[in-house]
Design a binder for this molecule. Structure first.
Ligand SMILES: Cc1ncc(COP(=O)(O)O)c(C=O)c1O
Length: 408
């Protein structure tokens, strides 16, 4: 199969130039199978889920639950009850930041986050700490963008039981480094501290088995893994999800309601108030099937490593260009490269590249504290997917050199 033919969005021109889409870490393109299912269900099964008895409602519910089951299988989660469907990573983290802290965070306690977090895995914890009189602690990265397990261990020792949760990315959206999350979970669990893994990037590039990782929460968004926007996942261990109070109140999440007292639905619906995005949830089935297929293709995986290595080597040759996140082992780096160029503003380079057909992200990448640590306010990011090609990387390097020359 020619993978590019499955992604119709790739076959278009922008400003009269062939599109080169290098912004996959922000949102990935969707395969034909996802687009077709979305369209078919919009006609044949457009109804509300878990409510009416009629045919269309039953179809919609079946597809919604099929999406949940696809997610469960993809994460190797033990049961349906572990999978809460939300609108995205941000919504999933906010849910935990609200409900977990409501039950378990007290004045004087601490939440530990990584220095390389996306704002989505930082601000909700900061807000929760403010609500409860707790403190946000930060585990720093070194010059290469790596975490030290020894530093993590000493944080726990110094905190003397006051750290109540660790929230850290599986893979940073700026550095593109696969963090040692299994080891992080092991260290945290030695101190009885649960761990939330932000898998927004991790789910796309690494095989994830939440039971093997033993993480307490794992969250991600559908739109970064070939599904539509508006669907996200919160995996949680049952003991935590059972112990946490509900998030939003409303339809779906109740068992019985009276003016005096409401009892809540069992998991997972306890956390799914209101009408969900059933179309996007249903599309997780073909989206995750495409992700699985691409992950199992030795050819595509090899090509991704070649593109990463090519870009790292070629970018390194550009005078005054600095790459952020260079781990000791290159195999821990995904094809996501953030960089800055001395004497040329990232936003200006991105605008020139755009006019040449190259879609790249520029700015603070929703990680202002991390950029500040590296003395930057704005960087460029090229993030690739298996449907990108080495030829695109070559033409990108030529375009980048031209753009820099125009600005210097
Ligand atoms: C590591 C990471 N966390 C969280 C998010 C937020 O995801 P969403 O906007 O889909 O909720 C992103 C998106 O870029 C991300 O890369």
């Amino acid at each position: 199969m020619d993978i590019r033919e499955e992604f119709l969005a790739l076959d278009q021109t922008v400003y009269g130039r062939p599109l080169v889409y290098f912004d996959n870490a922000a949102t990935a393109q969707r395969p034909r199978t996802v687009l077709e299912l979305q369209q078919r269900l919009s006609v044949e099964a457009n109804a509300n889920v878990h409510r009416a008895v009629h045919h269309l409602a039953a179809e919609a519910t079946d597809h919604y639950e099929a999406g949940r089951e696809a997610v469960r299988a993809f994460l190797h989660a033990p049961a349906r009850e572990n999978i809460i469907l939300t609108s995205g990573t941000t919504a999933s983290i906010n849910l935990v930041a609200h409900c977990f802290t409501e039950r378990f965070l007290r004045a004087g306690d601490r939440i530990l986050v990584g220095e390389a977090e996306h704002h989505s895995n930082l601000v909700p914890w900061q807000m929760a700490c403010q609500r409860h009189g707790a403190t946000l602690e930060v585990l720093p990265v070194d010059e290469n963008g790596e975490y030290s397990l020894a530093a993590l261990e000493s944080r726990f020792r110094a905190a003397e039981g006051r750290i109540k949760l660790v929230a850290i990315a599986h893979i940073s959206n700026v550095l593109g480094i696969v963090n040692p999350v299994k080891e992080i979970v092991q260290v945290a669990h030695r101190y009885d501290v649960p761990v939330l893994l932000d898998g927004a990037q991790g789910i796309v590039h690494e095989p994830v088995d939440v039971q093997a990782l033993d993480c307490d929460f794992y969250v991600f968004s559908g739109h970064k893994i070939y599904a539509p926007t508006g669907i996200g996942v919160l995996y949680g261990k049952k003991e935590w999800l059972e112990a946490m109070p509900p998030y939003m109140g409303g339809g779906e999440m109740i068992e019985s309601v009276s003016f005096e007292k409401t009892t809540y639905a069992p998991l997972p619906l306890k956390f799914e108030a209101g009408t969900p995005n059933f179309l996007a949830a249903a599309c997780m089935v073909p989206a995750l099937e495409m992700a699985r297929m691409m992950a199992e293709s030795a050819e595509l995986q090899q090509a991704q490593c070649e593109m990463r290595d090519f870009l790292l080597e070629e970018l390194d040759r550009v005078e005054g260009l600095r790459i952020y996140g260079l781990p000791h082992e290159r195999s821990r780096k995904i094809p996501l490269i953030s960089f800055s160029v001395e004497g040329a503003f990232a936003g200006d380079i991105a605008q020139i590249l755009d006019k040449m057909g190259f879609a790249l992200r520029s700015g603070h990448l929703c990680a202002e504290p991390l950029l500040r640590r590296f003395g930057q306010t704005s960087v460029l990011r090229a993030s690739l997917a298996p449907y990108n090609t080495l030829a695109e990387c070559e033409s990108f390097m030529a375009a980048l050199r031209r753009a820099i020359n125009m600005l210097r």
